[in-house]
Design a protein around this ligand. Sequence first.
Ligand SMILES: [Zn+2]
Length: 322
Amino acid sequence: MFDDEFEDGHFFDDDIEDIDEEDGSVFLETEEKKEVPITKYVCQNCQATFCSPVHEKVDRCIFCNQKNIEVSDSVENKTIYWIPFAKKEEEMLKDYRKKTFWNPLIPFLFKSKKTRQAIRKIYLSVFLANISYHGDIQFVASDAKEINENKVKKIENQKYEVDQNVHFEYKNVFLNTSSKIDSKIFDAIVDYNPDHLREGFPEEEKSFLYLEGDVLINEIAAKNREKVSKHALGIVRQNIKHSLKKLKQDNTVIQFENTKAIWVPVYYLMIRYRKKEYYYIMNGENGKSNMSIPVGLWETVVFSLLVCTIISVFSFFIARFL
Ligand SMILES: [Zn+2]
């Protein structure tokens, strides 16, 4: 996700102002253009908020599958930026089967059709941003040197102060805005191609839902700031050619620029197994997928025994014929 190289985010509108704030924690509202009426649905059980164009009827929650959905009074107009689905539902099912069926550690019952809840085709409301990390950093570096002094070996540490002026630009970073979507799982499928971004209503979709973000903007910023500085500092450290290096002063600034709320396509499948929920998620644009799985005790024992047997048989033959 965080590539050092980048290309210009050419689809950004020129009329979006850049942020020049010290800590860059402000996300900009984009200018409203084509407007689409949106109805909000709030799950009374888990508080997930779904939105949809008015003709969509929502009766069950995507996450907890409860029927306790309330239609919010507010119908708002929104400019929609979205990435279309390129993967079909069959492709998703094929991938899901491949992932589960061939995994010997997943309980057999888990693989049965009965555990599967409905497949949801949803758009996640995420932020797309350019992130800039720049400023001065000072390291104290040292190299341990072995010195032979009057036939006595001594270790000497020579210290250096290393000043670095760094500038990293991360273009088109997708930021998770929903507490319903595990950020680790989101990061694993997140490499959408922003070149496919479209503006306006997804006309070809007869019915669709999108999940509204519910994480506070400051929290999203803080999380991603941490991620970016970890990545950038890692690279800076690698480039300091001394064995030991300690961060002494960090005067860097992280800014979020050209932030815009967009919808990214996702297939979402909930699996209910032994009263617990697991989920499978697929990037609807490029088919990258991830899922949370239970590991069966019985399956683990059988699998380990099988592996042990195969190894012993092989060892036996190798010992005998070599
Ligand atoms: Zn719910």
